[in-house]
Write a protein that binds this ligand. Structure first.
Ligand SMILES: Nc1ncnc2c1ncn2[C@@H]1O[C@H](COP(=O)(O)OP(=O)(O)OP(=O)(O)O)[C@@H](O)[C@H]1O
Length: 305
């Protein structure tokens, strides 16, 4: 079976800035994949190349075996891309817009049942006859998601789909997207909400400064990383050397340690006691994708949009 997406040695420079520095990535058909990274890591650049909006400086990308540059039309037809920004055609109602979009990719009336399914799945049935320009912001966002899916693409790319979206739509959208994934659609998601990636995606790629710095199953990434994290409020102190290796993050007097087992808690606390450092507050949590991210990407957290 051909991979859903194959990315080989992709570089992209904007003038002197190297936005992508040789990205290799294979996403199999049927995967639910998360592409994560802080602002400026290169995610949108990679997706723009995938969508054929910009050309790579070197390397190539194919969708189900079709090169996105040399076989643009075939590749684009297999892709549904939900953009970050709200761009829409103000002359159509929702259903017309979806039919038009599907028609653009060569689908005819046989696609109408699918359009109904999308409208239903995204809570747009009531708005099917409303003109796009009269929709509220949240409804427009739903319509844009629907638009990307209108031609029933096997590979669906969601670029920050839930930024600024209310909880109801988020839940509805994820139920629908999960259903599409169960039916065999490949899903690629970029998000700043790491808990979304953690619950939805079976595999994660983390990008930093134009490179992939981690690529593994979500479970492996969580396992590889320490099982627990201990957050201690200590103030401005000098940590004993023997526990510095466990330190993952330090911000405003709060020190976060990554621990693989409970005995390390005792080690941290006894070392602090021996150094006469007072613990002002303490929290013990399960490590999550955000901790993995922090440890690998080296920023305190992915900025929330
Ligand atoms: N058209 C462009 N011209 C010049 N520089 C660009 C252009 N597009 C992106 N860049 C730069 O390339 C780098 C990667 O940007 P990109 O938008 O791909 O990152 P991102 O990971 O999608 O970030 P975000 O999470 O903020 O969307 C950034 O330094 C950005 O400023």
């Amino acid at each position: 079976m051909k991979p859903a997406i194959q990315i080989n040695g992709v570089h992209k420079s904007f003038g002197g800035l190297q936005a992508l520095k040789g990205v290799d990535l294979t996403i199999a058909q049927g995967e639910f994949f998360a592409l994560l990274g802080p602002n400026g890591a290169g995610k949108s650049t990679l997706i723009s190349i995938l969508a054929g909006l910009i050309k790579p400086s070197a390397g190539n990308i194919s969708v189900m075996g079709f090169d996105v540059v040399n076989q643009y039309q075939q590749a684009r037809q297999l892709l549904g891309i939900v953009p970050q920004e709200l761009v829409f055609d103000p002359f159509f109602n929702v259903r017309e817009m979806l039919r038009f979009q599907a028609g653009y990719f060569g689908r005819g009336p046989e696609n109408d049942a699918w359009v109904d399914e999308i409208l239903e799945g995204l809570g747009l049935t009531e708005k099917a006859h409303v003109n796009m320009r009269k929709l509220s912001g949240g409804m427009k966002r739903r319509a844009l998601i629907a638009q990307a899916l209108a031609h029933k693409p096997p590979v669906i790319v969601l670029d920050e789909p839930t930024a600024g979206v209310d909880v109801e739509l988020r839940q509805m959208m994820w139920e629908f997207i999960k259903k599409l994934n169960r039916e065999g659609h490949t899903i690629v998601l970029t998000t700043h909400y790491l808990e979304e990636a953690e619950t939805l995606c079976s595999r994660v790629g983390m990008m930093k400064q134009g490179e992939i710095v981690a690529l593994d199953s979500t479970a492996n990434l969580l396992n590889k990383f320490a099982g627990k994290q201990l957050r201690l409020t200590l103030g401005n102190v000098s940590l004993p050397a023997n526990i510095q290796v466990l330190l993952r993050n330090q911000e405003n007097g709060i020190y976060t340690f990554a621990l693989s087992d409970m005995t390390q808690i005792e080690l941290v606390l006894s070392s602090l006691r021996a150094a006469e450092i007072k613990v002002l507050d303490m929290q013990l949590n399960e490590a999550d994708l955000e901790d993995v991210f922090m440890s690998l990407v080296g920023v305190s957290s992915v900025s929330k949009s």
